[in-house]
Design a protein around this ligand. Structure first.
Ligand code: CP3
Length: 343
């Protein structure tokens, strides 16, 4: 059997057609997702019901034939397993109880006490490793400590991550203890996903872009390096995709510094820039503007061809620069797939 295309790209192979999957490919833009979510009752129940979480993971594979499936879960399930309260406000997004000092950090559970709560996620992995088509790569994931901590500190999403920056600058010891705790727990969480069948892990650092200078090195690069090294020690050869979103110049050298096999690129930088500065060192993933999944048409075809052409001389996994949005039209995803695969 020939090896799966995503795994080949992650080893540095240049393929005639890039393999493709989309961030948030299971989601509200799909009517079948909305139906299964309604069956589950709400988003968190969907995440914690293995049969249904596996079903929504499979839906976009059946419809579009993507080369990879990503586990259906959320980066905020880990802080919940550490003891934070988590809920989703309809139309607004996640809300959490806040962790803002050393006492709060000490009150969180330890890294080995998270698995009871997360057991349904591991069960979802087991179902998927049996049920995915043999050519489809199965990707597990976690949020990176900085991004996860921004939600734990503020109790919600925020544009500039002000509360997390404030804790970092006013109570360094508590901030560092929180990131260390999340880092340790992330290693255990991802290890269980791999033991349950995930073949690749992706590290989402959605808010890495607000870390500047030495902070970027200490709180984006270092945790990614630690998590990658420990996972590769436990699972030799395990491929790791790192996504320090909006890192800008921070993308340069990120793979070498962290040991990641692939750097995922957002669409605030051009594919030509990313090819010259990041892909020169190894596999990249990205980076079509997700807005094309709403607007479609000739603009989508042209921009897709530009991304494919820019990265064609090196290892590349086609993806969007960020998640597909609820307003996307599934027909445009079909057009995207035809454009990538039929030229
Ligand atoms: O990509 C996938 O298809 C896999 C599943 C996945 C989800 N979230 C499902 C989800 C993954 C990999 C994530 C990661 C995630 N979650 C990130 C990092 C990536 C990124 O987008 O930057 C972040 C920051 C979160 C936290 C989160 N979860 C937010 C801020 C929100 C609300 C925003 C929104 O889109 O509603 C969520 C909810 C969420 N996570 C949904 C899905 C499908 C929508 C929930 C619903 O069905 O109502």
């Amino acid at each position: 059997m020939t090896e799966k295309t995503i795994l080949r790209a992650l080893k540095g192979e240049v393929l005639p057609t890039p393999p493709v999957w989309l961030m948030r490919q299971a989601g509200r833009y799909l009517p079948e997702y909305r139906a299964t979510r309604a069956q589950a009752g709400d988003f968190l129940s969907l995440c914690y019901t293995p049969d249904l979480a596996a079903e929504v993971t499979l839906q976009p594979i059946r419809r579009f034939g993507f080369d990879a499936a990503i586990l259906f879960a959320d980066i905020l399930l880990l802080p919940q397993a550490l003891g934070a309260d988590l809920w989703f406000e309809t139309g607004e997004g996640p809300r959490m109880s806040t962790t803002t000092d050393m006492a709060g950090v000490n009150a969180l559970k330890g890294k080995d006490d998270i698995h009871d709560k997360l057991a349904p996620v591991y069960e979802t992995c087991k179902i998927l490793s049996r049920e995915l088509p043999k050519e489809t790569t199965f990707i597990g994931f976690a949020g990176m400590p900085w991004t996860v901590a921004t939600y734990m500190i503020a109790g919600r999403g925020s544009k500039d991550q002000a509360a997390a920056h404030k804790l970092k600058d006013t109570d360094r010891a508590a901030f560092v203890a929180l990131l260390d705790k999340v880092t340790d727990a992330t290693i255990e969480y991802l290890s269980k996903q791999v033991e349950a069948g995930c073949e690749v892990v992706k590290l989402f650092d959605s808010w890495a872009g607000s870390l500047k200078g030495q902070d970027f090195e200490d709180f984006a690069v270092e945790p990614a390096k630690r998590i990658t090294a420990e996972l590769k020690a436990r699972f030799p050869g395990l491929p790791v995709i790192a996504f320090p979103r909006e890192a800008g110049d921070g993308y340069i050298g990120f793979a070498q510094k962290t040991g990641a096999d692939c750097v995922a690129i957002d669409n605030s930088v051009s594919p030509e820039w990313a090819a010259a500065n990041v892909q020169k060192d190894g596999c990249v993933q990205g980076n079509l503007n997700p807005a094309h999944m709403i607007t479609g048409g000739e603009g989508l075809v042209k921009a897709t061809k530009e991304v494919v052409a820019a990265f064609k001389n090196g290892p590349h996994i086609f993806n969007l620069g960020h998640g597909i949005t609820p307003e996307a039209d599934p027909e445009n995803v079909t057009l995207l797939m035809e454009t990538i695969r039929n030229g």
